[in-house]
Design a protein around this ligand. Structure first.
Ligand SMILES: [Zn+2]
Length: 478
């Protein structure tokens, strides 16, 4: 540990999943052939005029309200000017000193993080550099896809309240959970629909802010934490050895696990912000703000509190249920059908999750649903299946989508609980093993396991172990 205090602020860009782009009617669908979702507005052709997407404004307010922000009664779009081929207009329409949402916070593990602002802007086109390494430096030529130009973005800027790499990851994780619960974006970091840039500096405890470095290109929550850990150590080493940190932008390289200098402060852009003359100020009426506020979905924090209280789950279980897509829905549906919440959760966070990970699929892509999970739990509760057999049935259900009852019938897996059937088996085993029976009667009680084991073998794992335990105990004391 170094003697310095770490100060981190994070900027998150979220692509909204609206039907159309921010300022034109082009489709906002990901994955279309290059340059097919374009028009004069998003290509910046002379004479074209932008029109604000109402759904994007609603989504922006929704995000602000979820992050405890104040929603501005009036806000403005600005032009952020810079020359780069991915921005055909040579400026990006963004918000500057009058954002739509400001002054909020988000409570996360490790402490509250202030939200400076959440503002609306448009995305740029996507450049692909052709050549070794995929970087611009060693490219022979570059391709540009303007399908992404003009896609609605919300930029969420945090206060420098984040105290370390783990805290940063907790913040980004909870932010992603909140955004997902609002259904405004698919928040996939690996596809770029949620992108994090981090500012990090070190200072003497309680002292003035140190020189900050901006890190870009983290494509997962894990790499966000790793990049910050690397940068924290790099800066501490510089300062410890009497050197100073250069204010610059650094690029995280997943392959070598290091950050590399991209550009220094001297090359920083002057964006010459000025109000966008083609758009009037946005002034959402109070009634609209209230309408959105009253129709907010349940947010992750209150959902977790409810689960802890209603279902008596551990923090770890709640964390898993709420951070894996579809898992909570699965358990909720099973509970609605009468399954005990703890039982359903144990299945979901145990065998179900393990199988999903093995197969690399989401919960809604597997053959299991809440109804089938409830049926499976019922088959265990009524003694038809042992836990071991139920695990086997679960795998088949998840792979084939068949109902648990159907699988049990087809594969003849039902547990044998029939007293007379088991009694006959027990009788035979005791008769076949007189030596062991003698020793048990003489006090070697742990031999009970041997007899039950023999019976399980005879029933090919389908004997009810509890019933067999009792049977042997009474038979051997005769
Ligand atoms: Zn367009």
């Amino acid at each position: 540990m170094s003697r310095f205090e770490t100060v981190i602020g994070i900027e998150v860009h979220v692509e909204l999943s609206t039907n159309t782009k921010m300022f034109c009617g082009c489709s906002n669908r990901f994955g279309a052939p290059p340059n097919t979702n374009t028009c004069p507005v998003c290509l910046g052709l002379p004479g074209s005029l932008p029109v604000v997407n109402e759904q994007a404004v609603r989504d922006a307010m929704k995000i602000g309200i979820a992050l405890n922000c104040e929603v501005a009664r009036s806000c403005l779009f600005h032009r952020k000017n810079y020359f780069y081929p991915d921005m055909p207009k040579d400026f990006q329409i963004s918000q500057y000193d009058e954002p739509i949402c400001f002054g909020g916070y988000l409570d996360v593990e490790g402490g509250r993080v202030g939200i400076t602002r959440a503002h609306m802007e448009e995305d740029t086109g996507k450049s692909t550099h052709i050549g070794e390494g995929g970087r611009i430096h060693d490219a022979t030529h570059s391709l540009i896809d303007y399908n992404r130009a003009g896609v609605p973005l919300i930029e969420i800027v945090s206060e420098p309240d984040i105290t370390g790499p783990a805290h940063a990851r907790a913040y980004a994780t909870e932010l992603r959970n909140v955004l997902r619960s609002l259904s405004v974006s698919d928040v996939k970091m690996e596809e770029g629909s949620m992108r994090c840039d981090a500012n990090i500096s070190l200072r003497e405890p309680g002292g003035e802010f140190g020189t900050k470095v901006e890190i870009k290109n983290m494509n997962s929550l894990r790499s966000l934490q790793k990049a910050l850990e690397y940068e924290e150590a790099r800066q501490a080493e510089l300062l410890e050895s009497g050197k100073s940190v250069t204010q610059e932008t650094r690029h995280w390289n997943e392959a070598d696990g290091e950050t590399h200098s991209m550009r220094s402060k001297e090359e920083a852009f002057d964006y010459r912000y000025f109000p966008e003359p083609d758009l009037v100020p946005q002034a959402p009426p109070l009634s609209l703000i209230e309408e959105i506020r009253s129709s907010m979905p349940e947010l992750p924090a209150s959902r977790r509190a409810r689960l802890a209280e209603d279902w008596a789950l551990t923090d770890q279980q709640i964390f898993t249920l709420t951070s894996v897509d579809g898992l909570l829905d699965l358990v909720s549906d099973a509970v609605e059908r009468g399954t005990d919440p703890v039982t359903a959760t144990n299945w979901a966070t145990g065998d179900v999750l393990a199988k999903l990970k093995t197969d690399g699929v989401d919960a809604d892509q597997s053959g299991l649903n809440g109804h089938k999970l409830a049926d499976l739990c019922e088959l265990v509760a009524n003694g038809t299946l042992s836990t071991k057999l139920a695990k086997q049935v679960l795998i088949t259900v998840m792979e084939t989508g068949k109902g648990p009852g159907e699988v049990v019938e087809e594969e003849g897996l039902a547990q044998v609980s029939d007293e007379s059937e088991l009694a006959a088996i027990a009788e035979k085993i005791v008769n076949d093993n007189p030596g062991e029976a003698e020793r048990y009667r003489a006090g070697e009680e742990k031999l009970l396991g041997f007899f039950v084991g023999q019976a399980m073998k005879a029933t090919r794992g389908k004997g009810n172990p509890q019933a067999l335990n009792e049977l042997f105990r009474s038979k051997l004391s005769e």
